[in-house]
Design a binder for this molecule. Structure first.
Ligand SMILES: C[C@@]1(CC(=O)O)C2=NC(=C\c3[nH]c(c(CCC(=O)O)c3CC(=O)O)Cc3[nH]c(c(CC(=O)O)c3CCC(=O)O)/C=C3\N/C(=C\2)[C@@H](CCC(=O)O)[C@]3(C)CC(=O)O)/[C@H]1CCC(=O)O
Ligand SMILES: NC(=O)c1ccc[n+]([C@@H]2O[C@H](COP(=O)([O-])OP(=O)(O)OC[C@H]3O[C@@H](n4cnc5c(N)ncnc54)[C@H](O)[C@@H]3O)[C@@H](O)[C@H]2O)c1
Length: 240
């Protein structure tokens, strides 16, 4: 039966942008897969501890340890390592030990990912594209990780190189707008005006927008008018 509401399509994942800034992430293992996990969580500003015998560290993980980007515990995993930890990422070549890590995490209610063991994952990793503030993640929900990487590359090919800069500038403009119109009651007007700018300005215009343009475009906000890029440039000519 078709209704006016979206059909529920069970069997998917809840894809979120998890905020782990300054949270404690424990990475168990220091091989190639661990290196990828470490980069992912460092990119999200987490505080990272790696537990792994020094002899097992690969070149990239050893580099992160030497740069003090992560704390290194030079031995195999022990249950006390879970003390004060907010998330666990396990990537070791010892299935029995990794199942033990998983069980302990469940006892302590710590979200965990045991690489390559879907039944022992609270969340899966996905294939990631990053351009400044823009992140695109592709998941095949366990069906084909290699295909996730192929789809991610196809999506990335369709995105302009400067998409990240356009988004960064939009973020700056939105923050400035909140200074100009800080009141909660202004929410609907603020959102309508901001959406208007995003819809009517081209990507190139958003990329070119500098501080002076931002201050000029914000002078239109009070009236609710969404100016064109050209109108904002006219103000600039008068100012110089
Ligand atoms: C996306 C990516 C992210 C990342 O890990 O960062 C990722 N795997 C990647 C690569 C990859 N992994 C494997 C191959 C070999 C080819 C192949 O098997 O297809 C390749 C290809 C390669 O290495 O190029 C082996 C593999 N992977 C899993 C199993 C167990 C199983 O399926 O039961 C087996 C062993 C199967 C066996 O023994 O035969 C399971 C998982 N791998 C996931 C994520 C989660 C589901 C994501 C999704 O479905 O979208 C999930 C469920 C859990 C998790 O680990 O989080 C990353 C690509 C990053 C990139 O390049 O952009
Ligand atoms: N999801 C994925 O994308 C993916 C892809 C390839 C492999 N894997 C799986 O991830 C796991 C790790 O792969 P890898 O290529 O990084 O392996 P690796 O052999 O390069 O690294 C394993 C690391 O675990 C360490 N280790 C072993 N037992 C430990 C313990 N008890 N405590 C702490 N450290 C311990 C070793 O010293 C080594 O550093 C394997 O199980 C592999 O099947 C996952």
């Amino acid at each position: 039966m078709s209704t006016k509401f979206p059909e529920v399509q069970g069997g998917g994942s809840l894809i979120l942008a998890w905020q782990i800034r300054d949270k404690h992430v424990l990475v168990v293992g220091g091989g190639e897969v661990a290196a990828g996990r470490i980069l992912n969580v460092l990119n999200a500003d987490a505080k990272v501890t790696v537990v792994c015998p020094a002899a097992g560290l690969n070149e990239e993980v050893a580099y992160r340890v030497s740069q003090k980007q992560v704390i290194h515990v030079d031995r195999t995993f022990e249950p006390q390592d879970l003390e004060g930890v907010d998330m666990v990422l396990c990537a070791i070549d010892d299935p029995a030990a990794s199942t033990r890590v998983w069980q302990l995490c469940k006892e302590k209610k710590i979200p965990a990912n045991i690489a390559d063991v879907p039944p022992e994952c609270d969340f899966y990793f996905g294939s990631m594209y990053r351009d400044g503030p823009l992140q695109v993640m592709v998941s095949t929900n366990g069906n084909g990780p290699k295909l996730a990487s192929i789809v991610r590359k196809k999506i990335a090919e369709t995105l302009p190189d400067n998409m990240g800069t356009a988004i960064e500038n939009t973020g700056k403009l939105r923050r400035k707008l909140r200074h100009v119109a800080p009141n909660i009651e202004e929410g609907p007007k603020r959102m309508k005006w901001m959406s208007g700018i995003c819809e009517s300005w081209s990507l190139e215009e958003l990329v070119k927008m500098d501080e002076q343009d931002m201050d000029n475009v914000l002078t239109y906000y009070a009236s609710g008018k969404v100016p064109t890029y050209a109108e904002v440039q006219v103000k600039r000519d008068v100012q110089s």
